[in-house]
Write a protein that binds this ligand. Structure first.
Ligand SMILES: Nc1ncnc2c1ncn2[C@@H]1O[C@H](COP(=O)(O)OP(=O)(O)O)[C@@H](O)[C@H]1O
Ligand SMILES: [Mg+2]
Length: 268
């Protein structure tokens, strides 16, 4: 089982959209995908028409030392084959106020997922934008981090905070999951969009995806219809971008440059 965390210390940058898009594509490719809504706002839960107000069998229950069966019972179908989720709940915000240091709570998600490691091929963790217990759990459980970042000046600050947090984690623990910054909501026709992408490429040459996810109203339409972008029937540049992102990660060619090999940025 592979665990991917989708994180950024900023809201509205495409974390939930990225979670659903990647999950939907991988499920369509035949992988058994589980998504966890760890954001107290419950966007991922509402995306699939579920309620985030229930208090039982949600991601908050994962912090109560559940059994494997308890966890399996929390898993809900999305209506798409091989794509399921554990919904979030309002109880997550109470958890968020607790200290990550109390009684190993920072490892709760990792521990819970360990119990169902044979049931899924990929788990995607949709993180809240706040550095608290929930995000600490995401960072601790993930094998790989995806950092969506809007190509807009204000979003770069949130991204910088996130990258600094990851550097701190690495210093204190000696290790941190590898992260890939994914430009999202990119509008190549605007000056701000172009300048931001150029700045990202200059600042993060070794951890930035070589492409970008464009602004695509079909992604919003998919969320309105409560389907993952993989189920959009029409040609979608947003879906194509996420499909390419996964292909790049599979092939190990996600960054245009690595210390060993200089590559090329995609024309976007
Ligand atoms: N590439 C995109 N094109 C158009 N709209 C997008 C795109 N990515 C995200 N959105 C929309 O932007 C809003 C914020 O995205 P969301 O994924 O909820 O961000 P976050 O989870 O980081 O808060 C949502 O309304 C979503 O539908
Ligand atoms: Mg979200």
């Amino acid at each position: 089982m592979q665990i991917w965390g989708v994180v950024n210390q900023k809201g509205g940058v495409g974390k939930t959209t990225t979670t659903v898009a990647l999950g939907g594509i991988m499920a369509k490719q035949g992988k058994r995908v589980l998504m966890l809504d760890l954001d107290p706002q419950g966007s991922l839960t509402r995306y699939f028409g579920l309620s985030a107000d229930e208090s039982r069998n949600t991601t908050a229950s994962l912090f109560d030392e559940p059994s494997a069966l308890d966890i399996i019972n929390s898993v809900r179908p999305t209506g798409e084959p091989d794509l399921s989720l554990i919904p979030g709940s309002a109880a997550l915000s109470a958890l968020e106020r607790k200290k990550a240091t109390t009684s190993g709570m920072g490892m709760a998600i990792q521990r819970a997922l360990g119990l169902i490691a044979n049931e899924f091929d990929v788990v995607l963790l949709d993180s809240p934008p706040v550095l608290g217990l929930l995000m600490v759990n995401v960072l601790a459980a993930s094998d790989r981090l995806i950092l969506p970042s809007q190509t807009e000046p204000l979003a770069l600050e949130g991204l910088e905070r996130m990258v600094r947090t990851l550097e701190m984690v690495k210093k204190s623990r000696g290790t941190a999951p590898p992260y890939l910054i994914v430009p999202t909501l990119h509008d190549k026709r605007t000056r701000a969009g172009k300048d931001c992408l150029a700045e990202l490429r200059e600042r993060y040459p070794h951890s930035l995806w070589r492409g970008a996810v464009p602004v695509d109203t079909l992604l919003r339409e998919a969320s309105r219809q409560q389907i993952s972008p993989a189920q959009i029937g029409d040609p979608s540049r947003g879906l194509d971008a996420y499909t390419q992102l996964l292909a790049d990660i599979d092939a190990g060619t996600e960054c245009a440059q690595t210390p060993e090999k200089p590559g090329a940025w995609m024309a976007v």
